[in-house]
Write a protein that binds this ligand. Sequence first.
Ligand SMILES: Nc1ncnc2c1ncn2[C@@H]1O[C@H](COP(=O)(O)OP(=O)(O)OP(=O)(O)O)[C@@H](O)[C@H]1O
Ligand SMILES: [Mg+2]
Length: 396
Amino acid sequence: MRYRLEILVAGRSREELVMLRDLLGQQGDVNASVRHITNGHTDPLHDVHPLPDALVLVVSENWEAELSALSERPATERPPLLVIGHKGNVELIRVAMRAGARDFFTPPVAEDEIAGFLQQLARDRQAESARRTAHMTAVINAKGGSGASTVAANLAHILANSSERRTALIDLDVQFGALPLYFNLTPRNGLVRALELVDSLDAVALEGYVQPHRSGLDLLASAPDELVSVADVPESRVELLLQVMGQAYDDLVVDLPRWISGSTAVVLEHADRILVVLEQSVAHLRDAKRLMSILRQELQIGGSRVTIVVNRYDKRSPVGLGDIREALPEQVIVTLPNDFRRVTESINVGSPLLELARKAPVTRDLVTLSRRLREDPHQSSRKSSGWSLFGWTRSY
Ligand SMILES: Nc1ncnc2c1ncn2[C@@H]1O[C@H](COP(=O)(O)OP(=O)(O)OP(=O)(O)O)[C@@H](O)[C@H]1O
Ligand SMILES: [Mg+2]
């Protein structure tokens, strides 16, 4: 998540770009960068990832091509646009409006014009974040060591990579959580401090507690010096934290400890989707059944919100999918293949699977799982009613 406004100034006249960048840079919490368009692509946003919060385009004599390249982008891949060009050109203004321009200034741009544009952007962002409530996926092991953290880390990373949606991963295993290692990150101010100060936390202050990963994913996890037990984390604080994070992000993935306490229960109750991770053994099946009955009887969470993830799936295992289906009837079941070498290397070097082994079957299946989460009807009708298998296929 970024709260400082990231603005890209694009155009063909380097001198004008630098002047605008400096003007923007004087306006408080703004990071302005310059994209000097030479020959080649006319789309000022070609290969720009992540997208900036706004684009300031200084149009050239090639304005028609530059603006139509922008109009052709899907609306979700078009940040707010400010066009700098000559107001006398009525056709230019018309095309700029079609490309989604919010404002149009003639050079030289005055400081108060830029300040007005930025104020409007900041207001829009505030309104947007007040409206937003993230789609939340909780991941929990049926039995310790089944791979919940691997699934949570890689799903969140794939979600962050595959769209412009803001994604955060929360490691709620305050005692033994190791997710920072999976990304080669070291939290400074971590989850525990965020929970302590949650009353005064808003989307801006959150930035001081999350660790940004190069993929755009933000990680909230305990810092090494924060030693508490999950039982010490008050559920009301976890609830407040979820509220703040829900407004700051589009997707939240939460890695849960297996211990069902008040705070884990809060996450499970609020989650749009719960992934229960298990391996193929009688002991895993027994624990999965027990977990499902806790969810149903103590937390009143219906099976329709739960997906069973059979990790390290081996079709030759004595405990087959038929046994799992029989033990957990009516559940959606997906499988992830066993790939000890790649998964272990990924954790050891702190590089998620999409970076390390994009084409490996385990990565591809995680990508498919992330797509299914995207298609999840809970994104539009949250936790409302008995949810059918619409949009999901059972991988029997
Ligand atoms: N699909 C897979 N193929 C092979 N090995 C895997 C796979 N998924 C996970 N593992 C291995 O299983 C081990 C445990 O997985 P993970 O790190 O996800 O911990 P966890 O299940 O969350 O454990 P805990 O219960 O302690 O939190 C890891 O060392 C990882 O290498
Ligand atoms: Mg774990």
